[in-house]
Design a protein around this ligand. Structure first.
Ligand SMILES: Nc1ncnc2c1ncn2[C@@H]1O[C@H](COP(=O)(O)OP(=O)(O)OP(=O)(O)O)[C@@H](O)[C@H]1O
Ligand SMILES: [Mg+2]
Length: 506
């Protein structure tokens, strides 16, 4: 006698949750279990966990030949995520539970030896796909909130293998779980406020433009002038994420080490890796490619403090995703593409001692030292940064002045208004405009065009810079609520590139 059961689950490849069917075949013969279909060690170990979980849940482990096929065979499969599906397959094939409605469900979860469910990574993308396939998704209880972030997904959370068996038998039905936690909580969480930063109006303005258009920013200045302080306050003035952005950002967190935290739903990420971070940590990698910091910063900010301290090769890798908004990681086993549409915010001192150009004349660096320091950041990387500003020392009188400064909430209002104009115009932030869209939406008068040409020539900037200056000018006009880019919008935008020439070419 032989019998077959088919159970649906999904493998995690990059950010995709690809369908996997678990076929369990029982035949008479010497009791033996084999798992085929490119399983990795952790999946092979699953047989021991499943055996114990079944026995500890008062089920029988079939005394037959059990063949488990994870199809398609060419898809790499890792981790304990298939435990639950394998257990259900064995129970259905051995007629201990009903197999009638199995095709309406997808299963994910790792089993403990006592039959309890352990949370796994990547539940969110799986819930999206299960919904798209019009199936209910059965998940470990600890993953329920994460899965329920997906609108219209039908999520069945379980604590124990027996929970789902009773549900399938119709004796004790599980109610689908809906989250109440899904709200954009930016206003309720505490992010340090921009009003705490004294002076530095030029830098604050640049921060506002950066936030409004999704641009990249580099701050240059001596120690202790507020660069780190300013950067860490940008999250508080960024516009809210739309649903699809929130889902994409949450998906990356869901498959990354550390997992997705529901409290971060809808909040643009702010990632600030230390300068000792490796290339893999920054851009992603591993034999099963995992997203790196640049992808975890998708739709948010990647803050690189002390930019020249980063390994130069690591920084160079940023060039490609800064243009394309994604990163492709190729490994022998598989290739994965992760979204990485982040805004780069960076801070640095002008020289190793930090005081070059300071009125106090304190700088003790030799020109060679300054040259070596600057050379750590390549021209092509600088070329991709739209806004370069100086954050100088501010006079003590300015520090002590007790004036009312604008709060993050006030600035954010302007940012949101400007971003809404962009979304209405092109459906995206200015930074994401393609060259054709730039020509369409960032029209200049003839005089202004000449002005820009002259500036590009004088500053020795590239064609890329030409387009980037236009995008920033568009954002400045949007902040002013102006339909056209006017001369002063353009000149402000050009100003943000002046430093590049002046300061870095030591
Ligand atoms: N503009 C400012 N307004 C209020 N406080 C400031 C300002 N600038 C600096 N501070 C104070 O100095 C501290 C150091 O500032 P911050 O870390 O931002 O300096 P930095 O420019 O990043 O310096 P470094 O180049 O050494 O990294 C802040 O925590 C804050 O207390
Ligand atoms: Mg700092």
């Amino acid at each position: 006698m032989s019998s077959l059961a088919i159970v649906h689950s999904r493998a995690q490849i990059g950010i995709q949750a690809l369908p996997v069917t678990i076929e369990v075949h029982l035949t008479n013969g010497l009791p033996r279990l084999s798992i085929v279909g490119l399983p990795e060690t952790a999946v092979k170990e699953s047989q021991d966990r499943v055996r114990s979980a079944l026995l500890n849940s008062q089920f029988e482990f079939p005394l037959q030949r059990v063949t488990i096929n994870l199809a398609p065979a060419d898809l790499p499969k890792e981790g304990g995520r298939f435990d639950l599906a394998i257990a259900i397959g064995i129970l259905a094939a051995s007629h201990q539970i009903s197999a009638n409605e199995l095709s309406q469900y997808e299963f994910i979860g790792e089993l403990a030896l006592n039959g309890e469910l352990r949370p796994v990574r990547g539940v969110l993308p799986m819930a999206i796909e299960a919904r798209n396939s019009q199936r209910q998704v059965v998940v470990p209880n600890d993953n329920a909130t994460e899965a329920s972030m997906v609108n219209n997904a039908s999520v069945l959370p379980i604590k124990h293998l027996l929970d789902i068996c009773k549900h399938l038998q119709g004796t004790n039905l599980i109610t689908p779980f809906f989250t109440t936690e899904k709200s954009n909580v930016i206003d309720s969480i505490h992010i340090a406020d921009l009003s705490e930063v004294r002076g530095q109006y030029h830098a604050k303005r640049a921060l506002e433009v950066t936030a409004a258009g999704g641009h990249n920013l580099l701050m240059l200045g001596p120690p202790g002038t507020g660069k780190t302080m300013l950067a860490s306050r940008i999250t508080g003035i960024l516009p809210p994420m739309v649903e699809s952005e929130a889902l994409a950002t949450a998906t990356i967190a869901s498959i990354a080490i550390g997992g997705f935290n529901v409290q971060n739903w809808g909040i643009r990420p702010f990632r600030s890796p230390h300068h000792t971070a490796s290339g893999v940590a920054l851009v992603g990698g591993g034999s099963h490619p995992r997203p790196g910091e640049i992808s975890l910063a998708h739709n948010g900010i990647l803050f690189l403090d002390e930019l020249p301290e980063f390994d130069k090769r690591v920084l160079e890798v940023l060039r490609e995703p800064l243009e394309s908004g994604h990163i492709v990681i190729s490994r022998a086993a598989q290739q994965a593409k992760f979204p990485a549409n982040f805004q780069l915010v960076a801070a640095m001192n002008p020289c190793p001692c930090g005081y070059l150009g300071d009125p106090s004349n304190r700088c003790s660096c030799s020109p060679q030292q300054v040259g070596r320091y600057r050379a750590k950041i390549s021209g092509p990387l600088l070329d991709r940064i739209d806004i370069h500003i100086e954050v100088p020392n501010i006079p003590r009188t300015e520090l002590r002045k007790d004036i009312v400064r604008e709060t993050s909430a006030e600035v954010r209002k302007r940012v949101i208004a400007a971003r809404n104009l962009q979304l209405q115009r092109a459906g995206k932030a200015n930074n994401l405009l393609g060259n054709q869209e730039i020509e369409k939406f960032c029209h200049l008068s003839d005089t202004d065009e000449n002005l820009l040409d002259t500036a590009i020539e004088q500053l020795g900037l590239s064609a890329r810079a030409w387009y980037r200056i236009l995008k920033v000018a568009r954002t400045i006009a949007d902040l002013a609520g102006s339909e056209d880019i006017q001369t002063h919008h353009l000149t402000e935008s050009i100003t943000y590139r002046r430093l590049e020439r002046k300061k870095y070419s030591a």
